[in-house]
Write a protein that binds this ligand. Structure first.
Ligand SMILES: *[C@@H]1O[C@H](CO)[C@@H](O)[C@H](O)[C@H]1NC(C)=O
Ligand SMILES: *[C@@H]1O[C@H](CO)[C@@H](O)[C@H](O)[C@H]1NC(C)=O
Ligand SMILES: *[C@@H]1O[C@H](CO)[C@@H](O)[C@H](O)[C@H]1NC(C)=O
Ligand SMILES: *[C@@H]1O[C@H](CO)[C@@H](O)[C@H](O)[C@H]1NC(C)=O
Ligand SMILES: *[C@@H]1O[C@H](CO)[C@@H](O)[C@H](O)[C@H]1NC(C)=O
Length: 395
């Protein structure tokens, strides 16, 4: 580990690297090309035990990185400046995660660097999009119980499974984050959040094979703003109701986002015969631009992939206080809007305002279907609200 001491030159180095001058710097001190798993863990642990603010520096260059857990609690706020690229191994082994940050309060991750999950070989053995009990592949970056955190200006490339998974967070911001994997890479959700309070995802670009942002149970107060998604499966709340110990979802705002060439747009999905009775409420989508998005607006309370559920029993997940406003652009299929709510628990207080979705395919025009919901309508409705007969939701 190299220590940077104060001096005139060190001061200039700090300025050049954009490091704050009052933080102690722990440089991993490994040459490019090497495996930095042990060096990073050592630097992190030293920084974590340091009594005042510190920075762990991974300088420019490409490094190999094995599975790693960076675990707090730490004695003071800690920052990881990833300026280089860290690469996972390319095999398809069944680990649960690659990089994890755990129990850290006052955390920053920035520096413009790249986490390269090397997912190519793993995608070929992945069968999770076809079956319920499938081979588990590692999530690229996990944040478990990280609080008061800011993740800025980093890239996640070619994750084997989800790119980023967040659980147990409080007050966490993602800004200027890039997430990239091929459209055909399975299960590569961009950012999955759940069981957290206060997450912002701002000004970011997510182009991947599965959901752009997915929201699990127990998520409260999520803001997704100025995010561009696509390709991928769009922004999804749920699926909810698959497990028995789920918690409510509330306070979700998706604003000023663009979806391009995604398979779904704005989606809320719950299982029929749900294993729990929870509520998802206060969910608002506003000012969204659609570019050739299939199924742009979809509430699906009969979400049942692989047909592994009893569709006879309506979903027991309650949906309330939901709005879709200023949603405009083009649909990739005729199913522009589907609000398919539970027969057992019709959706309460759904507002649909200023919708203008065009579809130009030969089987058009675009449709707007409703069941077990009477939306409050405001402003433009193209297509005409609730005017089409209900068909089955897409898979
Ligand atoms: C949220 O976290 C940021 C650090 O990213 C911190 O500056 C801010 O004070 C925190 N806000 C609250 C309300 O604790
Ligand atoms: C979205 O962006 C526009 C400018 O592009 C801004 O005027 C508006 O306030 C933003 N909307 C929200 C809900 O923040
Ligand atoms: C879930 O939300 C419903 C409706 O707001 C509320 O009645 C219920 O108490 C909430 N459950 C929990 C565990 O917070
Ligand atoms: C829209 O997306 C579909 C795939 O969903 C593609 O086949 C089609 O060419 C796209 N249309 C345009 C106009 O880009
Ligand atoms: C929905 O909003 C109404 C009015 O603001 C509020 O009284 C009600 O508690 C909300 N329902 C849920 C489930 O949050």
């Amino acid at each position: 580990m190299g220590r940077v001491h104060f001096g005139v030159s060190a001061f200039f180095v700090f300025c050049l690297l954009g490091l704050s001058a009052n933080a102690k710097v722990f440089n991993i001190g490994s040459p490019p090309g090497s495996d930095i798993t042990n060096a990073l863990l050592k630097a992190f642990n030293e920084a974590c035990q340091f009594p005042t603010k510190s920075t762990v520096l991974i300088p420019k260059g490409e490094y190999k990185l094995g599975e790693i857990v960076m675990m707090g609690p730490c004695k003071a706020p800690i920052r990881i400046a990833l300026q280089g690229t860290v690469k996972a191994d390319g095999n398809a082994n069944g680990k649960e995660k690659w990089v994890a940050f755990r129990n850290i309060d006052g955390f920053k991750l920035n520096g413009g660097g790249v986490f390269d999950g090397e997912g190519n070989a793993a995608w070929r053995v992945n069968n999770c999009h076809k079956t319920f009990n499938c081979k588990k592949l590692p999530i690229s970056i996990r944040f478990d119980f990280v609080t008061n955190a800011k993740i800025r200006g980093i890239t996640s490339l070619d994750a084997k499974n989800f790119h980023i998974n967040v659980i147990g967070a409080k007050n966490m911001t993602f800004e200027d984050v890039k997430i990239i994997a091929p459209a055909e890479s399975p299960n590569t959700d961009g950012i999955h959040v759940g069981r957290s309070d206060g997450i912002k995802i701002i000004n970011s670009f997510i182009s991947t094979g599965d959901d752009c942002v997915s929201v699990g149970d127990g998520m409260k107060n999520l803001l997704v703003e100025r995010v561009t998604c696509g390709p991928g499966h769009g922004i999804s709340i749920g699926s909810l109701g698959r497990y028995s110990h789920e918690e409510n979802v509330s306070g979700i705002k998706i604003i000023n986002c663009t979806l391009q060439e995604t398979d779904n747009g704005l989606r809320i999905k719950t299982w029929p015969s749900a294993a729990c009775t929870t509520t998802a409420s206060d969910i608002h989508f506003e000012n969204i631009l659609l570019k050739n998005v299939s199924n742009p607006i979809l509430i699906d309370q009969e979400y049942c992939p692989w047909n592994q559920c009893n569709k006879q029993k309506p979903s027991t997940i309650k949906l309330a206080n939901i709005s879709f406003k200023k949603i405009r652009g083009t649909s990739g299929n005729k199913d522009a809007v589907k609000l398919l709510c539970s027969k057992g628990h019709p959706c309460q207080n759904v507002e649909v305002g200023d919708i203008n979705i065009k579809y130009t395919g030969a089987d058009g025009p675009a449709t707007f279907q409703c069941s077990n919901v009477s939306p409050k309508l405001v402003g433009t409705q193209i297509p005409k609200a609730c005017s089409s007969p209900v068909t089955k939701p897409p898979k």
